[in-house]
Design a protein around this ligand. Structure first.
Ligand SMILES: [Zn+2]
Length: 418
């Protein structure tokens, strides 16, 4: 039947031994009735010529969607029997690998989708396969750590893999390539990972950017004897901004819950955190004050509520300014001059800055930061959000590696994997 031939082509069924017999429109999907048959082979046991026997009960093979419909192939496979030793054999086809239920082409599709930011359940649903099939495919991806190379500039960061569990991630600053995703961020975990590299390789690392987290410093020095630690700019600002926020809350809580001061300080917290140079001058109706005010005017009102708040705010803004202007001398002079007057919340932050002065200065003078890693973190967030609870760290890690490291080779990868 000619037109079934066309369907064969359309579906990309390359096996000449498969003949489509019918196409059934079911309400929810389309069913392709086909059979697999060819000349009897020789018996694998005794070598005699086998004979055609019957057809096996149809196997249901999920297939790629066709013109918007889910498709499955009901394939009847020929069975052969040896008249000499009675051995039975079922016909084989490259459409589905031996002992597999999923066609090769669908496997390729799964691989392709794993690179995208969809959850594994979603992939399974879209392709009408089970989640375990998707997971099995995920496990096919192998990532080898290149133990003969480490970049000059490395970025370290951490993120929570699931509630209360931190993971460690290291990336190449230049290429963004993920060098390590580790289950846990303890010194032992990190040490064991990097000690797999020869000392000569580790000596190539010149800079490591990271958050202020002192257990890492010693470890990094030991593992990478030639590396300087650069504190990440984003994290430095974050520490200042958190201190400012906590001071605001502390002051806010001194007011009555129903007072305008309390409500305004609660509602407009962002205006305090924000770099004052970025405050907008547009007039907007402000329900809290029941009048039209600009952000700058609101900020001034907030600061008028408390002399304490105003002092901390001014200092905070000045620190931000010097930091952004990369003026390390002014930045540290300001910290030194104000240390005694500030709230203990700020004192704690200042102490760490002073203790790690060299590393802060590196952040101000060197062009390296974790900015790129922030993109990774966003990707991790997306993957996590889409992947309801990665209970299994290895699966989680693989998804991230696939998404980050393989993007470039996307097409090649999908084509070469079967
Ligand atoms: Zn035989």
């Amino acid at each position: 039947m000619e037109h079934f031939n066309t369907i064969t082509k359309l579906l990309g069924l390359k096996d000449q031994n498969i003949t489509i017999q019918d196409l059934i429109d079911c309400e929810t999907h389309k069913e392709i009735i086909a059979s697999l048959d060819y000349d009897a082979p020789n018996c694998p046991a005794c070598g005699e010529k086998m004979g055609r026997y019957d057809f096996q009960k149809s196997s249901k093979i999920p297939y790629l969607d066709c013109v918007g419909y889910k498709c499955r192939i009901l394939l009847k496979k020929r069975r052969f029997r040896c008249s000499n030793c009675r051995k039975m054999q079922i016909s084989g086809t490259p459409l589905v690998k031996k002992n597999h239920q999923i066609p090769t082409i669908l496997n390729q599709k799964i691989a392709q989708k794993l690179i995208e930011k969809t959850s594994m359940t979603k992939i399974a649903e879209e392709l009408s396969v089970s989640t375990s099939t998707v997971i099995r495919k995920l496990n096919d991806f192998q990532f080898k750590t290149k133990l003969n190379y480490l970049p000059t500039v490395m970025i370290w960061d951490e993120y929570s893999f699931k509630k209360g569990k931190m993971s460690f991630i290291a990336q190449d600053f230049e290429t963004n390539e993920v060098l390590a995703i580790l289950d846990g961020r303890t010194q032992a975990v990190i040490r064991n990972h990097f000690l797999r590299y020869h000392r000569k390789v580790r000596e190539c690392v010149q800079f490591i950017t990271m958050d202020m987290y002192s257990p890492y410093y010693q470890l990094a020095k030991k593992l990478f004897p030639h590396a300087q630690i650069v504190l990440d700019r984003f994290h430095i600002v974050q520490h200042l901004s958190r201190a400012m926020n906590r001071v605001r809350i502390q002051i806010m809580n001194q007011f009555d819950l129903k007072s305008i001061e309390y409500r305004a300080l609660k509602r407009y917290w962002k205006l305090i955190q924000q770099d004052s140079r970025k405050l907008k001058d547009e007039l907007f109706y402000q329900p809290t004050f029941r009048e039209h005010l600009t952000n700058r005017e609101i900020r001034d009102r907030l600061l008028n509520y408390s002399e304490d708040l105003k002092q901390h705010y001014d200092l905070y803004q000045l620190l931000l300014f010097h930091f952004q202007e990369k003026n390390a001398d002014h930045f540290f002079a300001l910290i030194k001059d104000n240390f005694k007057q500030v709230d203990p919340i700020f004192q704690t932050v200042f102490k760490t800055f002073q203790k790690d002065k060299k590393k802060v200065i590196n952040a101000l003078t060197l062009p390296y930061s974790n900015a790129k890693l922030e993109a990774t973190n966003n990707l991790i967030k997306v993957i996590k959000r889409n992947a309801y609870g990665f209970r299994n760290f290895e699966n989680f890690k693989k998804r991230i590696l696939i998404a980050l490291n393989i993007k470039k080779e996307k097409t090649n990868l999908v084509l070469s994997r079967c």
